[in-house]
Design a protein around this ligand. Structure first.
Ligand code: KG4
Length: 337
């Protein structure tokens, strides 16, 4: 079964053709990073306009690279939540147009479910149930993936997402957008014990995260140094901050593994799962606790449409369909139907 998948939730316009949820026949990503860089972050209206400009061509290329015509496909899957609303609406409306014109069935896909599904492409043997840490720009969640379309949220961030905190801290350190990527590089070789940060924990909810305090600590360190006319060693500060964020992610993941003793599989998903320190520390955690670790390949950590095609396939099998009244939503729980 072949699905054309579309993604436009943030600053990447993407289209892909995926067969049976696991085989990527084509995957095209047009990134807007260079355009948003000068503003230090994503400008929502610019993002929407750039999606509108790019989506037809990206889709054409995805079909061409897969040697497919619309008539060779079985369905169109599209990201409909969560994300920037104007950006999501471009993909949703384009998918509705394609569905109306071609008669292909329309399958709405939750963005975070897609990030998890990126692992089905990288690891053809991976099947639920498993524990997944989803770490992206807008979300941080510990999820028990009971089945392909059955999720239980065990922990979530109470304030900033991990990626958001990394981006904001990196910006305060003078690093370009997207901060997490540049922080990863800048922190290499830095002393991760040079600065000490609080160990965030959420009273009464040991699996929840909180990153805004850490972010504020970084900003305060930089302000204090500036006031004294001192320069902050970016490699050391970056490494120490990254250590604090990763320690919190690893510590809660370890606790979650203890609450799910039958689950021997641990999966990472989302843009921040590309981080070198997080990947290395999760390898160690997996070794210590005797679980199998599944990491998405680097090209599938960030936003792409191949992962939408993967999850779209399982949503299709579960009977999920949308009509011409499909809407986009800026926020939506991963558990919502
Ligand atoms: O999953 P994603 O592409 O977008 C959302 O769906 O939110 O995640 C983007 C986030 C950004 O915060 C970016 O800075 C972060 O992922 N990121 C990284 C790395 N690569 C991307 N953070 C740390 N280290 C990286 N190597």
């Amino acid at each position: 079964m072949k699905i054309l998948a579309l993604e436009s939730s943030c600053d990447e316009t993407a289209a892909a053709v995926v067969e049976n949820g696991r085989t990527v026949l084509s995957s095209v990503v047009a990134t807007q990073i260079e355009r948003h860089k000068i503003f230090g972050g994503v400008v929502p209206e610019i993002a929407s306009r750039m999606h509108a400009e790019a989506i037809s061509e990206v889709t054409r290329q995805a079909l061409e690279q897969a040697s497919c015509k619309l008539s060779d496909l079985d369905a169109v899957a599209v990201t409909y939540a969560p994300g920037l609303i104007g950006a999501l609406l471009v993909g949703v409306n384009y998918a509705k147009g394609l569905s109306l014109a071609s008669g292909l069935e329309l399958v709405p896909v939750h963005h975070l479910r897609s990030h998890i599904a990126a692992n089905y492409i990288t690891h053809p043997d991976l099947e639920p149930p498993f524990l997944c840490l989803v770490v992206s720009g807008g979300n941080t969640l510990l999820v028990h993936v009971r089945d392909y379309t059955d999720f239980q949220v065990l922990g979530r961030t109470r304030d900033d997402a991990a990626g958001e905190a990394l981006d904001k801290a990196a910006r305060a350190m003078g690093l370009p957008y997207p901060g997490g990527v540049h922080l990863d590089k800048a922190a290499k070789g830095g002393n991760d014990k040079a600065f000490s940060f609080p160990h965030p924990h959420v009273e009464g909810s040991p699996l929840d995260f909180s990153f805004s305090g850490l972010k504020t600590s970084v900003v305060n360190i930089i302000h204090n140094a500036n006031q004294k006319g001192e320069t902050v060693p970016v490699a050391d500060l970056g490494a120490s901050f990254l250590r604090a964020v990763v320690d919190s992610l690893v510590s809660n993941t370890q606790k979650a593994l203890q609450t799910l003793p039958v689950t021997k599989k641990l999966v990472l998903a989302g843009g921040v799962s590309a981080n070198s320190v997080l990947r290395a520390d999760m390898q160690q955690l997996a070794k210590r606790t005797g679980v199998d670790l599944y990491l998405p390949e680097l090209s599938l950590c960030g936003d792409n449409a191949a992962m939408v095609g993967a999850q779209g396939y399982y949503e299709y099998l579960a009977g999920k369909r949308a009509g011409m009244d499909l809407n986009a939503f800026a926020t939506m729980s991963i558990t919502e139907e």
